[in-house]
Design a protein around this ligand. Structure first.
Ligand SMILES: [Zn+2]
Length: 381
C-alpha cells in the first residue's frame, strides 16, 4: 500500500487508559468515523474505583482467493453469502469469536438439552458471560434447535442430510453460541467490504486498575496470571470453555474442509457443513469459501491489538513469557511499538508478571543496544 498523503483519517490505537465515562464518550465520538464501535451497553455514567476501560480493536483480514470454481471470492475473516447485497460481506464464525474474546466475553457452559432419544434432533443451550463497563458481570443465553428427522421440514437432499446429521451436535452448538454473541454485541449480519478494509471493530472492556506499587496486589496479579489463584485463594468461577484473553491464548480451529465443501439447508437456514457457518433465512444458496486450516492464535497484549500471531512467533512467545504476542507487542524485536505500550501498568506476561509498559520500553532499548553492539562487533572483525 502507498503511504502518500491520504485525505482520510485512520484509526489510531488508544495510547492511554480510560478512567472516566466522559473520556470514554469523548473517545467513542473521536473514532466514530474511523472504526466500527461495538458496544452492547446503552451508556455508562461512572467507571467504578479501581477499574479502567481498555480499548481493543480487531481488524478483519480482507483478502481474495480461489472460489474452487475458477472464480475469485473473499477468504479469511469474511465471506460473501448469497444474500449479501452489493459491496457487503458477512463475518465468519471464527471472526465473531475473536470479537467476543476482544470484548472480554467468555462461554460459561454449552450443553445439549434435548432428551437425546433421537440423534437426528438436537437442542443446544449455551451461556455466555461478559463483564459490562459498569463492571457488573452479566450472563446471556443462546439456544439452537436442529431437527433433521425424516419428517422435519429441512429441504435437504439425501447426501446433504447425511452430512448435516454427522455434524448435527457441532452445528447446533456453534449456532447457539453465535446467536448469543451476535445479540449481545449487536453485530450486523453484513458489513461493507470497503469499510472493513479500513476500519477495525473496536470494543471496550472494564479491566482492574492494579496499583502495582502495592506488594500484595503485585503478588495477586502474578498469581492470577500464572494460574495459581485457585490454590492460593480457593476455587474461582467455573472455567470458561474458550478462556479469557488473559487466561489462555485463543485457539480456534476450522473444520477440516479442504475445498471439498458441503452446503446444506437446515431448517430453512443455509449451513456450511464443513465450517458450521449458518446464514439465516436461506432460500437459495452459494457456498462460503474454504477457510485456512491453521488454528488462529491472537495476540493477548493488553494494548488491545488483537493481531493474529504466526505459529512460530506464538511458540517462541509462549515459551518465553507464557502468552502469545505479535511482533509489535514484543519488546525484544525491532518492530516493537514503544508508544502504544508506554502507559500500560502491566504487560500481562505470566512469566514476567511485574513488567510494565515503561519496563518493556527499557527492555526494548536494551535489545536495540545489544543489536547495535552485535553489528559493531561483526564489523570490527
Ligand atoms: Zn501490544
Amino acid at each position: 500500500m502507498s503511504t502518500e498523503a491520504q485525505a482520510t483519517r485512520k484509526y489510531e490505537p488508544l495510547s492511554k487508559p480510560i478512567y472516566t465515562a466522559a473520556q470514554l464518550v469523548e473517545r467513542m465520538k473521536e473514532i466514530a468515523d474511523v472504526a466500527i464501535v461495538l458496544s452492547p451497553f446503552a451508556g455508562i455514567s461512572e467507571i467504578p474505583q479501581g477499574w479502567r476501560i481498555s480499548e481493543r480493536h480487531v481488524y478483519a483480514q480482507v483478502a481474495e482467493g480461489d472460489d474452487g470454481k475458477g472464480g475469485r471470492t473473499l477468504i479469511g475473516d469474511l465471506y460473501k453469502p448469497f444474500w449479501a447485497k452489493g459491496d457487503t460481506c458477512a463475518p465468519t464464525k471464527l471472526f465473531i469469536l475473536r470479537i467476543w474474546m476482544a470484548a472480554g466475553g467468555s462461554i460459561l457452559w454449552s450443553r445439549r438439552v434435548d432428551d437425546r432419544k433421537d440423534s437426528r434432533f438436537v437442542e443446544w443451550d449455551a451461556m455466555l458471560e461478559l463483564r459490562q463497563l459498569d463492571t457488573n458481570v452479566v450472563k446471556f443465553p443462546g439456544n439452537k434447535r436442529l431437527d433433521l428427522r425424516e419428517a422435519a421440514d429441512h429441504n435437504l437432499t439425501g447426501d446433504q442430510l447425511r452430512q448435516a446429521r454427522k455434524r448435527i451436535t457441532e452445528l447446533a452448538e456453534s449456532e447457539a453460541i453465535l446467536r448469543g454473541v451476535r445479540g449481545v454485541l449487536a453485530l450486523a449480519q453484513s458489513y461493507s467490504i470497503a469499510d472493513l478494509k479500513s476500519k477495525p471493530f473496536v470494543l471496550y472492556q472494564a479491566v482492574p486498575d492494579y496499583d502495582m506499587d502495592d506488594p500484595i496486589i503485585k503478588r495477586m496479579v502474578a498469581a492470577t496470571q500464572l494460574g495459581v489463584v485457585d490454590r492460593m485463594f480457593g476455587p474461582a468461577s467455573p472455567t470458561p470453555l474458550l478462556g479469557t484473553p488473559q487466561a489462555a491464548p485463543l485457539q480456534i480451529t476450522n473444520g477440516r474442509g479442504n475445498g471439498d465443501q458441503q452446503t446444506a439447508v437446515v431448517n430453512g437456514e443455509l449451513v456450511n457443513t464443513q465450517t458450521g457457518q449458518v446464514m439465516e433465512d436461506a432460500s437459495g444458496f452459494e457456498p462460503p469459501p474454504a477457510q485456512a486450516q491453521e488454528p488462529t492464535i491472537v495476540c493477548t497484549c493488553p494494548c488491545g491489538d488483537q493481531m493474529v500471531v504466526g505459529p512460530e512467533n506464538a511458540r517462541v512467545s509462549v515459551a518465553a513469557v507464557g502468552t502469545p504476542r505479535c511482533p509489535t507487542c514484543w519488546p525484544w524485536n525491532a518492530k516493537y511499538d514503544v508508544k502504544r505500550h508506554a502507559e500500560l501498568k502491566n504487560m500481562e506476561m505470566p512469566k514476567i508478571p511485574t513488567l510494565t509498559g515503561e519496563g518493556a520500553a527499557v527492555q526494548h532499548q536494551a535489545f536495540l543496544d545489544a543489536q547495535k553492539r552485535k553489528v559493531a562487533a561483526g564489523g570490527a572483525r
